[in-house]
Design a binder for this molecule. Structure first.
Ligand code: HAM
Length: 434
C-alpha cells in the first residue's frame, strides 16, 4: 500500500537538506555573534499556553489533541509563548536582558498553498526584559544582517499597535471595539469603514477622522509622515508610544536599515502591545505569502505567572527563506572519496580489512564511501561516478604487499600508486583546500 505524506507537510531530499543546513548555519552564526544564545522547547505544549491569550478561537488553527491521560495538548503553532513559559518556569532570576534564539518546527492547521504549510520552521529571537527602542532596533538590524548573509532582498514595514490602542482609548472606544479595529487594520479601506459603523454613534466622528488620518500613515514611505501626524494632532503630543516610535526610526537610521512606516500593521497574534514589524521579500518570488519575518514588542510573562516584564522578538519563516535562497549547485554537491576493495576470493577478508582501516582514516576529514554491495571494481567505480565523487582509492592484494594503494582522480582519470600514508596526506591536503 502506498502511503502519502500528510497534507501540508514536506519531505526534504539530501540536496535540499544541505541547502537548509547552509542557511541554518549562517543564521545561527550571526545570532551568536550578536550575543544571542540558543534554546529549545518541546514540540507540544499544554493547549492553555496558546489559548490563554488568544481565546478558544485559536484552537481551530492548531493541531490540538487529548493524550491518553486526558490532557489537552497542542503542537506548537509558534515559539514565542513556549519560550516565555520556559523562561518563567526555569530561569526567572537571570540578569536582564536575556537574549535567546531558536530554530524549530511549528504546526498550523491552515489551507496549504505555495509557501504556506501545516508544518514549517521558524528561526526566531526573543529579548527578555526589554522593549526599549534600542532593543527593538537591535532586533530589526539583526534580522537584516541575517537576510544579507542569505542574499535576500527585503522590505521592512514598521508600525506600532500601542500608539493606535492608546489613541482609540482616548476616544472612548472600549477594548472590544479596539480589538475589532486592530484586527481590521491591515485590511482594505472599506473594511475600516465597516469598523467605524460598529462604533458608538457618539464617538463615530472622531474615530472616523482618526482612522481616515491613519490611512495616510499606512504604507507611507515618507519619512516625515510621523512628524506631520504629530503636527496635525492625530496623536497626543506627549504620547510615550509616539516618542518611542520616533526614537526607533532614528536608531534604524544609525543601523542603516531602511524602513517604510506602516501603522496599518496589526499582526495576527494577540500579544503585541507596542512596536510591530513585518519584513516582506522584495523580489516577487513568493507571491501572496511574501511575509518572511514578523515580530514586535509584547507582554506575556504575567499571563504565565511571572512578573510583567517587557519582551521583544521576531521569527523568520525559514521555509519561505529557503524558497528564495539560492546557492551554487557546486556547493550542494558533496564530493568525497570512495575506497574500492578489489576482492578476489581468497583475499576477500584481508583486502576488506585494509580498506576499512583506510576509510576510517579518511573519514576523519572527508565524506568517504566503501562498498556495501560486494560489487566488482567497475561497478564500484560506476557508482562513485554517479555520485560525483572526486577520488577513488583502489585497494588490491598486490599493492598491499608493498603497503601501497592506487589513488585515482575520478575527474581526470589519472592514477598513481603510492603508500597508504602518502595517499591519506594527499587527500587531506586536497579536502582542506576545497
Ligand atoms: P508570525 O508572523 O505568525 O509570527 O510567524 C512568523 C513567520 O513565520 C511569518 O512571517 C512567516 O514567514 C512564517 N509562517 C507563518 N505561518 C507559516 C506557514 N503556515 N507556512 C510557512 N511559513 C509560515 C510569530 O509566529 C511570532 N511568534 C513572531 C514573534 C517572535 N513575535 C515576537 N517574537
Amino acid at each position: 500500500m502506498r502511503i502519502e505524506r500528510a497534507r501540508g507537510t514536506r519531505d526534504f531530499l539530501p540536496k535540499e537538506m544541505r541547502k537548509r543546513r547552509i542557511m541554518e548555519e549562517r543564521m545561527r552564526d550571526i545570532a551568536e555573534r550578536w550575543g544571542y544564545e540558543e534554546i529549545r522547547t518541546p514540540t507540544f505544549e499544554r493547549s492553555e499556553l496558546f489559548t490563554l491569550k488568544s481565546g478558544e478561537a485559536i484552537l481551530k488553527e492548531m493541531y490540538e489533541f487529548k493524550d491518553k491521560g486526558d490532557r489537552h495538548l497542542a503542537l506548537r503553532p509558534e515559539l514565542t509563548a513556549p519560550v516565555i513559559r520556559m523562561y518563567i518556569n526555569e530561569l526567572k532570576m537571570t540578569p536582564k536582558p536575556t537574549k535567546w534564539y531558536y530554530f524549530g518546527n511549528c504546526f498550523r492547521y491552515e489551507e496549504p498553498q505555495k509557501a504556506r504549510y501545516r508544518e514549517f520552521w521558524q528561526f526566531g529571537t526573543e529579548i527578555i526584559g526589554s522593549d526599549s527602542p534600542e532593543a527593538q532596533a537591535e532586533l530589526i538590524a539583526l534580522a537584516f544582517n541575517i537576510l544579507k548573509s542569505l542574499g535576500v532582498k527585503a522590505e521592512l514595514h514598521v508600525g506600532h499597535v500601542g500608539l493606535i490602542r492608546e489613541r482609540l482609548r482616548v476616544l472612548h472606544a472600549d477594548e472590544e471595539q479596539i480589538n475589532t479595529v486592530m484586527r481590521l487594520m491591515d485590511k482594505e479601506e472599506e473594511d475600516r469603514q465597516a469598523v467605524i459603523e460598529l462604533m458608538d454613534e457618539r464617538e463615530r466622528d472622531e474615530i472616523r477622522y482618526f482612522l481616515g488620518a491613519l490611512s495616510d500613515l499606512i504604507d507611507s514611505k515618507d519619512k516625515d509622515a510621523l512628524q506631520e501626524a504629530r503636527d496635525r494632532n492625530i496623536f497626543a503630543s506627549d504620547s510615550d508610544a509616539l516618542k518611542e516610535l520616533e526614537l526607533l526610526l532614528e536608531l534604524l537610521k544609525d543601523y542603516s536599515v531602511d524602513y517604510t512606516l506602516n501603522l496599518g500593521i496589526a499582526r495576527g497574534l494577540d500579544y503585541y502591545t507596542g512596536m510591530v514589524f513585518e519584513i516582506y521579500e522584495a523580489g516577487g518570488m513568493l507571491g501572496a505569502q511574501n511575509q518572511i519575518c514578523g515580530g514586535g514588542s509584547y507582554r506575556l510573562a504575567a499571563l504565565f505567572g511571572g512578573d510583567d516584564i517587557p519582551l521583544t522578538g521576531f521569527a523568520f519563516g525559514f521555509d519561505r527563506l529557503a524558497e528564495i535562497f539560492s546557492v551554487d549547485d557546486k556547493d550542494l554537491e558533496r564530493r568525497g572519496v570512495v575506497v574500492v576493495p578489489i576482492r578476489d576470493k581468497d583475499a576477500d577478508r584481508e583486502v576488506m580489512k585494509e580498506a576499512i582501516k583506510i576509510a576510517s582514516r579518511l573519514r576523519e576529514f572527508c565524506p568517504t564511501h566503501i562498498d556495501l554491495m560486494n560489487r566488482s571494481l567497475s561497478a564500484q567505480l560506476k557508482y562513485a561516478n554517479t555520485r560525483h565523487d572526486s577520488f577513488a582509492v583502489l585497494v588490491g592484494k598486490n599493492e598491499l604487499k608493498e603497503a601501497n594503494v592506487t589513488l585515482r582522480n575520478l575527474s581526470t582519470g589519472r592514477q598513481y600508486i603510492m603508500s597508504v600514508a602518502a595517499c591519506v596526506a594527499r587527500l587531506k591536503a586536497y579536502f582542506n583546500r576545497n
